[in-house]
Ligand binder design. Structure first.
Ligand SMILES: Cc1cc2nc3c(=O)[nH]c(=O)nc-3n(C[C@H](O)[C@H](O)[C@H](O)COP(=O)(O)O)c2cc1C
Ligand SMILES: CCCCC(=O)C(=O)O
Length: 359
């Protein structure tokens, strides 16, 4: 198969998926204007290369919270990979392992944590939403620890799922054959069974997500695991500062791919102030609209330690399962390796603020 660009994978995926599924994967909240704003924020950043540096060998490898990665790249947590391919997260895990990329498994994964771990040859993290039924969290943390997951990611930008016009119009519900198998079926039932004009996913979140949690509850979770703890969806430097105080090990600076707070600042715009606020006291990951190897370099220059990529992994999965995801990751890694060489930055640590200009 000839190598495809990510853009081609996107077009191929759209043709293979039912329209309501495509709308759920691609869509955003409210005006949907943050989908292009996230991309525009990265496009405004230009790279400033150095010359006459020995780049005969470039090494994209990094260690992130103890996880060894082939490059500063992971797959963002996304619910229900079986929407894109019958093998779901098992196929994604196989591809991530082959590419040396991190996979963050969603609490709403459609394959079991244990099956995903059995297919993985690289590091796995587990993402959690804070459900009202706390025992669910405790049980998931224990299972993740037993299965060798290396960190927990608590998503904090979704006290409820935001209004997403496409899903509301489609009356989107998770198809009956696909389930969040790691969570009690009773807790998930509202995600299934459509109603015209309403998203079942939004309805489910209002019923089951605990919108009352605060930093105090974070301390409760922190006490229950020795795994590194990551907060996903932080955009304010004040929250980054609090996260450090509460012993958080890393932040995912993210506006949830434009799917949560409409008009939320794109991650690339939010990152510089957060870098200043944490002053190296916790690791920083950026996600949203990462589509090129150059975007990884831009994020590193801004002060991130790594990036997550979301939807493109699902495009690869919809196209050709594990092989498609592996190819999407390979395209990004090849591009990033080339950027390292042309930037005069043969090691990840060579990217710094002087490597970019805003225009
Ligand atoms: C279909 C889909 C499902 C998602 N599910 C989750 C989830 O379960 N948990 C979570 O924290 N973020 C979820 N996200 C957000 C992603 O983790 C990530 O922040 C976003 O997709 C990154 O932007 P990108 O898709 O432009 O790369 C989801 C995103 C998509 C597109
Ligand atoms: C199904 C729950 C929401 C998953 C999610 O975070 C997203 O769709 O962005």
């Amino acid at each position: 198969m000839a190598a495809l660009t990510l853009r081609e994978y996107r077009a191929e995926a759209e043709g293979r998926l039912p329209a309501p599924v495509w709308d759920f994967l691609e869509g955003g909240s409210g005006t949907e204007s943050m989908l292009s704003a996230g991309r525009a924020a990265l496009d405004r950043i230009r790279l400033r290369p150095r010359c006459l540096v020995d780049v005969s060998v470039c090494d994209p490898g990094v260690t992130l919270l103890g996880s060894r990665l082939a490059a500063p790249l992971g797959i963002a947590p996304m619910a229900y990979h079986q929407l894109a391919h019958p093998e779901g997260e098992v196929a994604t895990a196989r591809a991530a392992g082959a590419a040396g990329a991190l996979l963050t498994v969603s609490i709403f994964a459609s394959r079991t944590l244990e099956d995903i771990a059995a297919a993985a040859s690289g590091p796995l993290w587990l993402q959690l939403y804070w459900l009202r039924r706390r025992e669910t969290l405790v049980e998931l943390v224990r299972r993740a620890e037993d299965a060798g997951y290396q960190a927990l990611v608590l998503t904090v930008d979704a006290p409820r799922v935001a209004y997403r016009p496409r899903d509301a119009r489609n009356g989107f519900a998770v198809p009956g054959g696909i389930r969040a198998v790691n969570v009690d079926a009773a807790v998930m039932s509202a995600s299934h069974g459509g109603a015209a004009g309403e998203s079942a996913i939004a309805r489910h979140s209002k019923e089951q997500f605990d919108a009352s949690i605060t930093w105090r509850d974070l301390a409760w979770l922190r006490e229950r695991t020795s795994l590194p703890l990551v907060l996903k969806g932080v955009l304010a430097p004040e929250d980054a500062e609090l996260a450090v105080e509460y012993g958080v090990d890393a932040l995912v600076v993210s506006n949830h791919g434009g799917r949560q707070l409409d008009f939320a600042i794109p991650a690339a715009d939010a990152l510089p102030e957060i870098v200043d606020a944490v002053g190296g006291r916790c690791r920083l990951i950026l996600d949203g609209s990462i589509r090129y190897g150059a975007d990884i370099a831009k994020a590193l220059c801004l002060g991130a330690d790594a990036v997550f990529v979301g939807r493109p992994a699902l495009w690869g999965l919809a196209h050709s399962g594990s092989a498609g995801v592996a190819d999407v990751l390979r395209v990004l890694l090849d591009e990033f390796e080339e950027v390292m060489a042309l930037m005069g930055a043969p090691r990840v640590g060579d990217f710094g603020n002087s490597g970019i200009v805003h225009h």
